[in-house]
Write a protein that binds this ligand. Structure first.
Ligand code: FMN
Length: 452
């Protein structure tokens, strides 16, 4: 039985009752994205009728934390250790001579906008965008595989532009460009929860083969096949693979594009990919992701590992939350078992230093639910005094991907220590408790339709 990639994931989502199906025709220009956004990109939706193309589109598959854990078969409390374990103990992949993704191989007349129902999301976007493609390349020096998600601007015909922010991944292209040679690329659409998470592991921090991290995470070897026209491997059960090259010394304007935090990213010249071959399954499903909400959850889940480790080195940390509303990178909530005065400040230092992107952090005690904004606000309201609990670091290195600072990438960082004092003083901060509240079965008090 097929257990890997999008189709298997969609079957599972259906069986669990998480998949919403839209049978009304939607326009890929603005309308499809608007529907995804109405559900905050948290409800997986299959669009069966998309204007101008027969191919169905699946979106918002990866935007809900709890669904994400469930689809990976892990509990919230064990997520960080499970992911750390997969990174520390990657497992071998398996090669197949043939795979479902090879059912159709097209090498002529490739016209990307005609072949696929590619959405345009925001008013000022430069074009339609492939927002969820996993880009596969090989390091020209070491032969090591590299996978990551990059946004892809559709330029027309067989050409797309690619935005690569990561310095290590850009290096592969620049190395080939120095030798005046193209870099081979494969772009995969139609993957699953495990592969997306593995793709978000940073090569700079961990230097691992992300396909092997995926094998460890899914608990079975990831099944791969060779591409048709490039020397790269892709998952055997993917939906669509675009194979091509990034030619040296070619740049095209990319953007504007409505992206992180709901702002438009500017226009800049970026490398292009010329697509030479398209492989796809029979009756393929096109996969999309509304920018930039659902996609960053997987990225944030990996960031939580780094945050947790950095704080754990200093204090007894209970849990961490790199929040979705903070773009899964700018805001961190941390709960600690406070052992001594000063632990709150140490946790702030660890969290702010864990990544240049963490801009604001709130540290709370272990009786506060860091996944509840109400609880965080309650802790700030009642356990924080600005004159002693606010830490401001002016002019630190930060992310260039938000517009609030004048010098791109230089940002103030802020920590809020909303922990209560320990010892006698801490007793004033105990929460009022209703005995038995946690165990109450509320439906018992309301009969039939009265209860919802
Ligand atoms: C849906 C989605 C879209 C993304 N878009 C981009 C992008 O356009 N450019 C980019 O450099 N990174 C993008 N990222 C982030 C990278 O995929 C991510 O940082 C990855 O870990 C990079 O791997 P690397 O550090 O090994 O290069 C995106 C992530 C997701 C999940």
């Amino acid at each position: 039985m097929e257990t890997q990639m999008l189709r298997a994931a969609i079957d599972q989502l259906k069986n669990k009752g998480y998949l919403q199906v839209c049978n009304v025709e939607v326009d890929p220009k603005f309308e499809l994205g608007a529907v995804l956004k109405c559900f905050k990109n948290e409800v997986p939706i299959m669009f069966s009728k998309v204007k101008g193309n027969k191919m169905p589109v699946a979106g918002a598959l990866f935007g809900n934390r709890e669904i994400y854990y469930e689809m990976l078969g892990m509990k919230h409390e064990e997520r960080i250790y499970r992911m750390m374990d997969a990174i520390a103990n990657p497992k071998a992949t398996k090669f197949l001579a043939k795979g479902a993704v090879m059912e159709n191989i097209i090498t002529r007349n490739i016209d990307i906008p005609k072949m696929f129902p590619i959405p345009t999301f925001h008013e000022e976007d430069s074009s339609s965008y492939i927002t969820s493609g996993i880009v596969v390349v090989k390091d020209p020096e070491t032969g090591k595989r590299h996978i990551s998600v990059r946004r892809l601007q559709v330029n027309g015909g067989n050409e797309i532009s690619i935005l690569i922010a990561s310095p290590l991944a850009t290096k592969q292209f620049l190395q080939m460009e120095e030798q005046n040679k193209p870099l081979e690329v494969a772009i995969l659409l139609g993957y699953d929860y495990s592969l997306l998470l593995a793709s978000q592991v940073s090569s700079e921090v961990y230097g691992v083969d992300k396909y092997e991290v995926d094998s460890a995470l899914r608990g079975e070897a990831l099944e791969l096949v060779k591409c048709h026209s490039v020397d790269l491997e892709v998952p055997a059960y993917g939906e669509i693979v675009l194979e091509g090259i990034m030619p040296p010394h070619r740049r095209k304007d990319e953007g504007p594009f409505g992206e992180l935090m709901g702002y438009y990213g500017g226009v800049a010249p970026h490398p292009v990919v010329e697509i030479k071959t398209v492989m796809h399954r029979n009756d393929p499903i096109f996969q999309t992701a509304f920018p930039c909400r659902e996609e960053h959850l997987s990225n944030g889940l990996i960031r939580e590992i780094e945050l947790y480790t950095a704080v754990k080195n200093l204090v007894d940390v209970k849990d961490v939350n790199v929040t979705v509303s903070g773009g899964c990178r700018f805001h961190a909530f941390v709960s600690i078992h406070k052992r001594q005065e000063g632990d709150g400040k140490s946790a702030i230092l660890g969290a702010l230093a864990s990544s240049k992107d963490v801009k604001h952090v709130v540290v709370v005690d272990d009786d506060v639910d860091i996944f509840s904004p109400d609880d965080i606000e309650w802790a700030i309201a009642t356990r924080m005094q600005a004159s002693k609990d606010l830490v401001i670091v002016p002019g630190a290195l930060g992310s260039g991907l938000e517009p609030s600072h004048s010098l791109s990438g230089i940002t103030d960082k802020v920590g809020i220590d909303a922990t209560k004092p320990i010892g006698e003083l801490g007793k004033r901060f105990e929460r009022a408790v209703i005995p038995g509240y946690e165990k109450i079965d509320i439906s018992k008090y309301f009969q039939g339709e009265n209860y919802r």
